[in-house]
Design a protein around this ligand. Structure first.
Ligand code: FES
Length: 63
């Protein structure tokens, strides 16, 4: 799933950023070497980070 159309950040990229310590959408963008453009992806990225923080194993099953 693509979370950020502007910067082509998909679920795998969000997960990778989270595994490297990203705790916010801003940190995910930074990890990917990007910055927000329109910002419409912020909620989607934050939702993914929240899900990952609750149960990482569940995320793998959802892929
Ligand atoms: S969709 Fe992420 S900055 Fe536009």
């Amino acid at each position: 799933m693509i979370h950020c159309i502007c910067n082509n950040i998909n679920t795998a990229a969000v997960d990778k950023a989270a595994a490297c310590g990203a705790k916010s959408a801003d940190q995910v963008q930074s990890h990917c070497g990007k910055a927000f453009n329109c910002g419409q992806c912020r909620e989607s990225i934050e939702d993914r980070l929240a899900l990952l923080s609750v149960n990482p194993a569940q995320l793998e099953a959802a892929e």
